[in-house]
Design a protein around this ligand. Structure first.
Ligand code: FAD
Length: 378
């Protein structure tokens, strides 16, 4: 007889909702969490406000219903991004934890699961070890997250555990992060501007999104750039130098005509062409880039304004990334139950699986949705 019906390795977003769902079904659940406290990453989400889900997610309503059941009310902003009404991520953790305690789920923090194996003695279930201690359970959920933002405890342990149990891992890549450019744009640090942002790989457009670009000392940032980072290094034999970013600041306006008209204003020089149209430093930069090729002609300034290109040097690494692309191969998971197709009783949920979504609540939605699904099926 195993002591627990379910052991959950990782008390983050997916692990916590799975624990609640399983415990509501009468299961004896133990959470083993590496950090000294549960849900550490959740506090940092959505700049401390926790962007829980997005109204565009197919199952946003069921996640909302789950949170309603633990006493958390959700509201959507104009773009359909969902937050707790209080806009406090701490409230999400508080109410999840309150329910965990109320349902009698056992929680052991500062316990990093370092090894999982089938229980050979009893012929069913699992042995789970953390340093010197071993725990036994009928089923196990691996919800250790990915490798992004390791300061929250996510250092890729779930991939190693899954591998020892025979699963294959799609190469993990840090995404939802800033992109480093080879061009010297230090002078633009701190500038923000709206643009249509496109990413080209070997000359072919692979991504496009309108949004606010933030210039930094290393390159480009902002939500649209974070979303763009999900499209880097997709495919075999591709390196960062195969990519180019193109920013179009025109937003559909006919800049050439505007600039032609400005030419008639007495006293304005070519360098003043974009004054009042873009932030000063960015305007100057575009004029100087135009000057490099065609002597600051209106045609060339307009061309650069509608297609300012940057060479990609790299992406900010795991420390700065908000999500992991890659993970436990979805082919090896029954996505209706989150159970392994290779090992009965083994479940996966959250960022450890090969799913990544754009900014806007999609990644937490994946964690909640897969965690609840696993909790319903353990
Ligand atoms: C700064 C930041 C902001 C974000 N904002 C948003 C947002 O607003 N909206 C959104 O949708 N997504 C956001 N994300 C992404 C989102 O937080 C994650 O996708 C989500 O938390 C993944 O849930 P998870 O349960 O799989 O992993 P996590 O929430 O990361 O939890 C995994 C847990 O497992 C524990 N663990 C790891 N290894 C072990 C081990 N060996 N043994 C025991 N425990 C272990 C970790 O300590 C951690 O507590 C953000 C991410 C970051 C970094």
């Amino acid at each position: 007889m195993h002591k627990y019906d379910l052991i959950i390795a990782g008390g983050g977003a997916a692990g916590l909702v799975c624990a609640i769902t399983a415990a509501r079904r009468g299961k004896r659940v133990l959470i083993l969490e590496k950090n000294p406290a549960l849900g550490k990453k959740i506090y940092a989400t959505g700049n401390g406000r926790c962007n829980i889900t997005n109204k565009k997610c197919e199952n946003a309503a069921s996640v909302q219903a789950f949170f309603h059941s633990i006493g958390l009310e959700i509201m959507y902003d104009e773009e359909g991004w969902a937050y707790p009404m209080s806009r406090q991520a701490a409230d999400v953790v508080y109410l999840l934890e309150k329910q965990i305690r109320h349902l009698g789920v056992e929680v052991l923090c500062s316990r990093a699961v370092d090894w999982v194996d089938w229980n050979k003695k009893t012929g069913s279930g699992f042995k789970v070890s953390c340093s010197q201690e071993t725990y036994e359970s009928e089923k196990i959920l691996i919800s250790c997250g990915g490798k992004a933002a390791p300061k929250f405890g996510t250092t890729g342990d779930g991939f190693a555990l899954a591998q020892t149990l025979g699963h294959s891992i799609k190469r993990p890549i840090p995404v939802l992060t800033g992109i480093e450019c080879s061009d010297d744009i230090k002078k633009l640090k701190g500038v923000r501007a709206m643009a249509d942002c496109s990413l080209y790989c070997k000359g072919e457009k692979v991504f496009s999104e309108r949004g606010e670009v933030q210039f930094t000392d290393y390159g480009l940032s902002g939500i649209c750039i974070f979303n763009m980072s999900r499209f880097l290094l997709v495919g075999e034999d591709i390196s960062f130098s195969d990519y180019e970013i193109c920013l179009d600041f025109s937003m559909g306006r006919d800049i050439k005509t505007i600039l032609e008209e400005k030419k008639n204003v007495p006293g304005l020089t070519a360098a003043d062409a974009l004054r009042g149209i873009l932030p000063e430093e960015l305007g100057k930069y575009i004029v100087s880039r135009a000057g490099e090729s065609a002597g600051e002609s209106i045609e060339e300034i307009a061309r650069c304004y509608c297609g300012l290109t940057f060479s990609v040097k790299g992406a900010r690494g795991w420390q700065m990334a908000q999500c992991t692309k890659g993970g436990v191969s979805l082919d090896e998971i029954n996505m209706d139950t989150m159970e392994s197709k290779l090992t009965s009783g083994l479940f996966f949920a959250g960022e450890v699986i090969d799913y990544d979504g754009p900014c806007g609540g999609y990644n937490l939605q994946n964690a909640w949705e897969s965690g609840i699904k696993a909790g319903m099926n353990v």
